[in-house]
Design a protein around this ligand. Structure first.
Ligand code: ADP
Length: 576
């Protein structure tokens, strides 16, 4: 038996990233400077943003409550760590240190600022570490799993753990004795900022890296209308004097359609931006003493508005990531289908290319016959003795031959067509018969004796006629190749169709008397690029199996007890 080879192109066997093969550039004088700025600039920008966010957080503190409306420094540090390689994390933590003290020291005691710095750093490190450790694409925050990790761990658990430590330390050094207030306020304000800001920063940075993109006008217009609607609803429901004291459920449901709109049409970025806008408006309401969150107790008001923001942002982010994931899956499915179609088309072109001599012969026959008949008619006309019956019969023969030639061309054209997958009722017997007609001359030339045993009662099954024809064509040509070393008198091909499992499926068996499949390789031959032929590409069976699977059917092979192989194609009667 022939030896199986792996015909994968080298690039597929060992894909080496192009960058690692690139020739090193000769060092230029500006290079060390550029390298230095690429190491120091991102931590410095992060530290500056951290400082500004801490300043803003201080200014947005609720009056008479130790809670800031939004505490974004930790979210900024977390986003920066997610984007940075792990070995550079120390640079970010170091760069943030003086800025943290500069922002906090004027108002707070040194030991309190130090405790907060350690807690903020630990919280961001924990979140970034878990995201990088358990998710290969920590920057894809538009996947459900990452969104859950971000919300569950980075935004809730890590701030909760560090807040407990902060509250414990505050109590120990007599900075504050309101343990649970510190825990809940710090956890909630951090959580909202992390959920709403981290995806915006990470995706914004990735988009900036990939270069400018043209945004269609209708998209900009839609975003503007959405922002205006959400802002209007937010102002009316959360920041208007008239809504003070209204049941919260009323206000909470009102922006829902706009939040869903943002998540569905603008993904995680839109969802986070909408959550921020809503968070900003509801905070503004509480700061000004308006809206449904305002109660007699300022601490209670502050905590309830931030709790609402955390819930809204978390739900919105998970919902948006679910939408994005479904969209990505549909795009991937579409691409895979296109590639399969392309591959199937190439496969057909390749097989038909091998059969070109047989087709030329197939076409030659009717054309020669047409020419002979036309010459006979001309001779009859020029002799002056016109036998009307004979002339009519000649013309009918010409018509018949023309029909034959056009059928050959028609079959070839349909097999070469590149169209979309069809799902029409087809009779497997007829499909096989058409392929046999197409390959008649080839089978004759190869001295293959074909026997058919068709089930006359075979029911029609839904499928793509052209694709199934390709499968049959491939299997026939493979069987012929497998019999090429067998004496011509023993080259036998049997095609059988049967209805299976009480009509639940139909099956075609193609049996040959060839060399058989190398032992233990009956599955491997269906893998791409596996071939024993010197001229083979090893793609035919892989394509055939993908066609069978696209029909929710099966294609498999086994050796026959008397020698040779049998390939079976089973297709479900209800299309799966
Ligand atoms: P290719 O025809 O280019 O080799 P295929 O995917 O169609 O690619 O076939 C893969 C391998 O499967 C063939 O090289 C051959 O070794 C084996 N094979 C296919 N059909 C048969 C058969 N009828 N009998 C024995 N071996 C077969």
């Amino acid at each position: 038996m022939a030896e199986l080879r792996d015909e994968r192109p080298e690039s597929l066997i060992a894909a080496v990233p192009a960058t690692s093969r690139a020739m090193p550039h000769p060092a230029s004088s500006g290079e060390p400077l550029r390298a230095l700025s690429s190491i120091t600039l991102p931590p410095l920008i992060t530290a500056l943003a951290y400082f500004l966010a801490a300043e803003l957080g201080g200014r947005l503190a609720f009056p008479s409550a130790p809670v800031s409306a939004i505490w974004a420094p930790n979210a900024i540090l977390l986003a920066a760590l997610i984007l940075a390689p792990r070995e550079r994390w120390w640079a970010y933590l170091l760069a943030v240190l003086p800025f943290h003290f500069a922002a906090q020291l004027p108002d707070l005691a040194f030991r309190q600022v130090l405790i907060q710095y350690v807690a903020n750093g630990t919280e961001s490190l924990l979140g970034a570490w878990v995201l990088q450790r358990y998710w290969q694409q920590p920057r894809c925050l538009d996947r459900v799993r990452t969104a859950f990790v971000l919300v569950g761990f980075a935004a809730i658990l890590a701030p909760l753990i560090t807040s407990v430590l902060v509250a414990g330390a505050f109590t120990a050094v007599h900075v504050s004795d309101e343990f649970w207030l510190v825990v809940s306020a710090r956890t909630l304000t951090n959580a909202f900022a992390i959920i709403a800001l981290v995806p915006l920063i990470v995706h914004g940075r990735e988009r900036f890296r990939s270069g400018p993109r043209e945004v269609p006008f209708d998209r900009v217009a839609e975003a503007a209308v959405l922002t205006a609607c959400l802002a209007a609803v937010g102002v009316v429901m959360f920041a208007h004097p008239a809504t003070t004291g209204l049941p919260l459920t009323w206000a909470a449901y009102a922006p829902l359609p706009f939040l869903v709109w943002a998540a569905m049409r603008f993904g995680t970025t839109g969802a986070c931006a909408a959550a921020l806008l809503l968070g900003g408006l509801s905070t503004w309401g509480v700061l000004n003493g308006h809206g449904p969150f305002v109660t007699g107790d300022p601490v209670h008001s502050a905590l309830s508005v931030v709790t609402f923001q955390v819930f809204a942002a978390a739900l919105l982010l998970v919902f948006a990531s679910l939408m994005e994931e479904r969209k990505a899956a549909a795009v991937a499915e579409d691409e895979a289908r296109n590639q399969r179609l392309q591959l199937a088309h190439l496969g057909r072109v390749a097989v038909l290319g091998q059969l070109s001599a047989a087709f030329a012969h197939e076409l030659n026959q009717p054309l020669t016959s047409i020419m002979g008949n036309a010459e006979a008619a001309i001779r009859m006309l020029s002799s002056g003795v016109i036998d009307r019956r004979e002339l009519e019969s000649i013309l009918l023969d010409i018509l018949h031959d023309d029909e034959r030639a056009s059928q050959v061309i028609q079959r070839l054209r349909s097999l070469l067509s590149k169209g979309e997958t069809q799902r029409n009722p087809m009779n497997l017997n007829a499909v096989v018969q058409e392929v046999l007609q197409l390959t008649r001359s080839e089978l004759l030339t190869r001295n293959v004796c074909v026997t058919t045993d068709f089930d006359a009662q075979l029911q029609a099954v839904p499928g793509d006629r052209v694709q199934v024809q390709q499968v049959v064509l491939n299997l026939l040509m493979n069987a012929c190749d497998a019999m090429s070393n067998v004496p011509p008198s023993q080259r036998k091909l049997t095609l059988t169709t049967r209805s299976e499992a009480g009509g639940a499926s139909v099956e075609l068996a193609i049996e040959d008397s060839g060399a058989g499949i190398p032992s233990g390789e009956a599955e491997r031959i269906f893998q791409p690029f596996v071939t024993t032929k010197s001229f083979g590409m090893g793609l035919g069976l892989a394509i055939c199996r993908s066609v069978a699977e696209a029909h929710h059917g099966r294609l498999w092979a086994e050796n026959r007890s008397g020698g040779g192989a049998v390939f079976r194609l089973r297709l479900p009667a209800d299309g799966g």
